[in-house]
Design a protein around this ligand. Structure first.
Ligand code: ADP
Ligand code: MG
Length: 601
């Protein structure tokens, strides 16, 4: 059933598709250069009058794939319509609005055509008025379309085209029955197109029941991010992510931001942490009801919030022009979700930025993404505190400039000006001192300049850099390498028991039920070893780890109190300090990647 077009896809231009002039003109205005693959293959079929099933992922340009041929035919008929000619069903209000907006922009030069979106969760008034005025194109969610059919406010008897957009999503949202009802009420002679990312049984059934000898068009998902997206990564240890994120938010030149995390819980956690740090952030995830999600997306669009924290599912198909940055707070596990995620920026031909926070052990995931996309991701460095502070000072200064520029003499500003002038006269204080005092008042006790966080830098590159600039470790004494919330534990096995880090990690992870990412440095000494683990272990975990056996010996795990100064110092441990081990110390600080590969082998 799959149709082949005569031209190779890459050579098809909008001109070669023979679209009506007003359409070509609109596309020029929008700056579309050439049709996307699904458009190149679907448009000729729909222009011919065929029913079409299109299988394609989000972001492949499906809206124009059906909107352009439909509008082209309407434009050519060159008549006014007083009843709906086109009905598009979409799963959510958000998607219905997006499709309606797209139709409106593609129809910019066809005055005879009007577009009305109808969706649940908002009042009937404006929708009814729009329908009564004679909408040519109705885009709606199935539930609300049924409501209008029942009220008699929507008449499908003249319908020429019916489009099911994101059909699989519509069924997933429980609209199967509604979709059936609408399809069975639509007139016989209409042309039908169905678009879906997947082809489950239920969709095959709908296709068989309601489409007339449909041509099936399938295009592979995007495996490559767009060229207008700059991709960077920042290597950072898990406990440093929030700090790294904050520094990025303060130093990057951002507008709207989407940040992706792996789980719904993490969505909540990161959102509240960002809000606590003063950012205008909000969450969308599968846990949050659809109408609230849509409101949140509107808030991002309108600038009421700047940061959307999301999971892959919740951000499906999201199209918000203002998104300047996608920050992958967690690395996605597969390339297609990486490509989809970062495709949320660089919309409408703008420049976009994608930044990935990657822990050292996730490097292999980045490699596989780079390999699959055949694009390399640039490394970036953690912005230093100096950079953060420079940004804060600049933002503060900018705020002053803006306040002066946007407030004229008639505004509140003049009240304050008089007050300050009086103050100077009465107190004989320099204006700069008053301004400084006011600035402090504005800050409300919060220091303008960022201070060194409590966490030690785990990013080795970051550490080297800061050491060089002398910001850190002025005492010259090496810092304990513990992460926040981690402590050093002593265990009773060492070289004499012929154990390697892999054995130790394996036993601790399994017996103590501890996540491998929570196991830090391991130092193996002749008769004992030191391991970094979470400070707070449950009683059960502690017992399990005391009794766990490695290399034939019980671990007898206990908090290490013997080495208060540094990991490598001469301690009061039974085995004492063996100078012959000195040279090996470095080698025994196993890199996490190494540890992992041993553990996996
Ligand atoms: P889908 O429905 O497949 O998820 P959309 O129809 O929403 O994709 O299109 C995604 C984005 O790509 C939109 O911002 C749209 O304006 C843009 N777009 C669509 N077709 C083209 C094209 N031929 N050239 C440039 N941009 C396009
Ligand atoms: Mg779409």
């Amino acid at each position: 059933m799959t149709e082949q077009s005569s031209l190779p896809e890459t050579e098809i231009t909008f001109d070669s598709l023979n679209l009506a002039d007003p359409i070509t003109k609109a596309l020029e205005g929008l700056g579309y250069e050439k049709p996307s693959p699904i458009q190149a293959r679907t448009i000729p079929l729909l222009l011919e009058g065929r029913d079409v099933v299109g299988l394609a992922q989000t972001g492949t340009g499906k809206t124009a794939a059906f909107a352009l041929p439909v509008l082209s035919t309407l434009a050519e008929a060159d008549q006014r319509y007083d009843s709906p000619q086109v009905l598009v069903l979409a799963p959510t209000r958000e998607l219905a609005l997006q499709v309606a907006e797209a139709f409106t922009s593609y129809a910019a030069h066809i005055p005879s055509v009007s577009v009305v979106p109808v969706y649940g969760g908002s009042s009937y008034g404006p929708q009814l008025a729009g329908l009564r005025r004679g909408a040519t194109i109705v885009v709606g969610t199935p539930g609300r379309v049924i409501d209008h059919l029942e009220r008699g406010s929507l008449d499908l008897s003249d319908l020429k085209y019916l489009v099911l957009d994101e059909a699989d999503e519509m069924l997933r949202m429980g609209f199967a029955e509604d979709v059936d009802r609408i399809l069975s009420q639509a007139p016989e002679g209409k042309q039908t197109a169905l678009f879906s990312a997947t082809m489950p049984r239920a969709i095959q059934r709908i296709t068989g029941d309601y489409l007339n000898d449909p041509a099936q068009v399938e295009v592979a998902g995007q495996s490559k991010p767009a060229q207008n997206i700059r991709q960077r990564y920042l290597q950072v240890a898990q406990p440093w992510k929030l700090e790294a994120m904050t520094r990025l938010l303060e130093t990057e030149d951002t507008d709207g931001i989407i940040t992706f995390v792996r789980t719904r819980n993490m969505v909540e956690e990161l959102t509240s942490k960002l809000i606590a740090r003063g950012f205008a952030a909000a969450a969308i995830s599968g846990d949050i009801p659809q109408n609230l999600r849509e409101k949140t997306v509107d808030d991002l669009r309108s600038g009421r919030i700047d940061i959307l924290v999301a999971t892959d599912v919740a951000a499906r198909g999201l199209d918000v022009e203002r998104i300047s940055h996608v920050i992958n707070y967690d690395i996605p596990h597969d390339t297609s979700s990486y490509v989809h995620r970062i495709g949320r920026t660089g919309r409408a031909g703008r420049q976009g930025d994608a930044i990935l926070l990657m822990t050292p052990r996730e490097r292999y995931l980045l490699r596989s993404i780079e390999k699959a996309t055949k694009q390399s991701v640039e490394e970036m460095q953690l912005p230093s505190l100096d950079e953060v502070n420079a940004s804060r000072r600049a933002a503060f200064a900018e705020e002053i400039t803006k306040t002066i520029a946007t407030n004229d003499d008639a505004s509140e500003l003049s009240v304050y000006r008089d007050l300050i002038a009086n103050y100077i006269e009465e107190h004989n204080v320099a204006a700069v001192d008053i301004a400084a005092a006011l600035a402090m008042m504005v800050q409300g006790g919060r220091p303008l300049e960022a201070e060194e966080p409590d966490l030690p830098p785990m990013n080795m590159r970051g550490r080297r850099k800061e050491q060089q600039s002398g910001e850190r470790e002025r005492s010259g004494r090496p810092k304990r390498p513990s992460k926040e919330g981690q402590a050093t534990y002593w265990i009773a096995v060492g070289h004499k028991d012929r154990v390697g880090p892999g054995n130790i990690v394996g036993a601790i992870a399994n017996e103590g039920n501890i996540d491998i990412s929570d196991i830090g440095d391991i130092q193996i000494r002749p008769t004992f070893s030191l391991v970094e683990l979470p400070e707070e272990l449950s009683h059960k975990q502690e017992e399990a780890l005391k009794n766990a056996v490695v290399g034939g010996r019980k671990l007898n795990l206990r908090l290490d109190r013997g080495a208060p100064k540094s990991f490598g110092s001469r301690g009061s441990h039974g085995g004492g300090f063996d100078p012959s081990q000195r040279g090996q110390k470095k080698k025994q600080r196993w890199s996490k990647a190494k540890k992992r590969s041993e553990f996996n082998s």
